[in-house]
Design a protein around this ligand. Structure first.
Ligand SMILES: Cc1cc2nc3c(=O)[nH]c(=O)nc-3n(C[C@H](O)[C@H](O)[C@H](O)COP(=O)(O)O)c2cc1C
Ligand code: SF4
Length: 443
């Protein structure tokens, strides 16, 4: 299979890729210049025409989200950039920020101009020290070169970009949790509506977008909406709610593969193609047991579902929550799904912010049940209990404020449904796979 030329990752690993000098040498900030010569509405239309859907997890159409801002608002309007990137297995934002921060800043500047914002906050996952240093340096370079500040590229457009280090919790990535955290409070998600576009940061209209979304915006302005729409897959005619999956996507491949990494591929590649042709297959001739299609909150594909296209529509067809962050984690047949699911449950229970009783108690309860099963003391009826709890928590059943609990429920529902036999065998064997050191860690 011939590999498409990378666009979002084109400059990665070239010498001094993070500097303004090399970025400009490679044509950097010409897309911003072009955008500034257009009317803001024209820039929004270009992004709408491209079919770009947000890369942060929900896949919401970017141009459409921008149009939700109140018309003629006197301001301020904010653009909050979500660089919290805490979904397990996800690292594409980090690579872009560390190695090509100016591509992100250019996308931010174009987006701010389009939505008539003079201030963007970039909320960065606390643990990303290298990204912080790269972005800080790039922002300083931009102020010194007149790309940011009171007179962007001499056009009179004013723009400040503020880099904000996060509070080191998964829930800070939920858009209203992020806004609360930016305001200096604990990242407790807000009840919606009002959505951030109407009342967001400091109670002002706010757009929240992901880092990779910003890289796409820059490329759309540079290469045109038609180019973006020529990559990927059109809407599924059998799904009237599918808006298509256009453009290149950064897939993070990890777990049991020979060549883990971040690969730029048109949306729609199947899990099998990604694993075999990019990841070099599974080590030691082992068989695939399960694949996480887009971060663990999306659930699991079974070995018989590897031909599922990893676009915005595909994973849902086989019972997963969605494409999520496109972080693909391969689990081979040496791993126990009991161990895998226990780890998932523990993660979400730890990261629940605790505001909603179904999420706080449900995630903790599922972790306790999984611990009981794993320690060899589970009963077959625990599997039905797990399904019952998982079906009761989340935005989809309508019992919680945010989607963390849907993300906690999906791996449970998928694992029990698709790998029930393995769970039953484990329970019937009555043996514990818990190692002595873990007993201390779990309690
Ligand atoms: C629990 C939870 C965690 C999230 N974490 C992130 C994150 O780390 N980064 C991100 O961009 N979006 C994250 N999201 C999605 C955001 O709420 C939001 O949809 C996204 O930032 C919008 O950007 P986009 O339209 O460019 O995709 C998370 C959502 C939930 C429910
Ligand atoms: S669903 Fe969970 S994480 Fe989200 S607000 Fe409620 S308790 Fe917090």
């Amino acid at each position: 299979m011939s590999r498409p030329e990378p666009v979002l990752l084109a400059r990665i690993n070239t010498p001094d890729s993070a500097s303004l000098e090399t970025y400009r040498r490679d044509g950097g900030y010409e897309a911003l210049r072009k955008a500034l010569s257009m009317a803001p509405e024209e820039v929004i239309n270009e992004v709408k025409d491209s079919g770009l859907r947000g890369r942060g997890g929900a896949g919401f159409p970017t141009g459409l989200k921008w149009t939700f801002l109140p018309k003629g608002h006197p301001g301020p309007i904010y653009l909050a950039i979500n660089a919290d990137e805490s979904e397990p297995g996800t690292f594409n934002n980090r690579i872009l920020m560390e190695q090509d921060p100016h591509q992100i800043i250019e996308g931010i500047a174009i987006s701010c101009y389009a939505i008539k914002s003079n201030c963007s906050y970039l909320y960065l996952r606390y643990e990303y020290g290298k990204s912080y240093r790269a972005l800080e340096k790039a922002i300083q370079e931009c102020y010194a070169a007149g790309i940011l500040g009171d007179n962007v590229l001499g056009t009179g457009f004013k723009l400040d970009v503020v880099l904000h280090r996060g509070a080191a919790a998964y829930i800070c990535g939920e858009e209203t949790g992020l806004i609360e955290s930016l305001e200096g409070k604990r990242a407790w998600p807000r009840i919606k509506p009002p959505f951030p576009a109407i009342e967001g940061l400091f109670r002002k209209p706010t757009i929240v977008n992901n880092i990779e979304t910003m890289a796409c915006v820059k490329q759309i302005l540079q290469r045109g909406a038609a180019w973006f729409k020529s990559v990927g897959v059109p809407p599924d005619p059998n799904n009237p709610r599918d808006a298509g999956s256009f453009g290149p996507k950064l897939y993070c491949l990890s777990g049991h593969v020979n060549k883990p990494g971040c690969y730029e591929v048109p949306l729609g590649i199947t899990a099998r193609e990604l694993i075999e042709e990019y990841g070099g297959g599974v080590p030691n001739g082992r068989q695939i047991k399960a694949v996480v299609p887009g971060g663990i909150s999306m659930g699991f594909l079974s070995a018989s579902e590897l031909d599922t296209p990893l676009d915005f529509n595909g994973p849902g067809k086989v019972g997963c929550l969605g494409l999520g962050t496109a972080a693909v984690v391969v689990i081979d047949d040496s791993a126990s799904m009991v161990d895998v699911l226990y780890n998932c449950c523990r993660f979400f229970s730890h990261e629940s912010c605790g505001q909603c009783t179904p999420c706080r108690e449900g995630t903790a309860w599922m972790t306790k049940i999984m611990y009981r099963i794993r320690s060899g003391q589970g009963e077959l009826r625990d599997l039905d209990l797990l399904m019952e709890v998982a079906s009761s928590i989340g935005i989809i059943p309508g019992t919680t404020i945010c989607g963390l609990s849907d993300g906690a429920a999906w791996p449970v529902k998928n694992a029990i449904k698709k790998f029930r036999g393995e769970f039953e065998d484990y329970i019937k064997a009555g043996k514990s796979s818990i190692k002595p050191a873990e007993l201390v860690a779990a309690h």
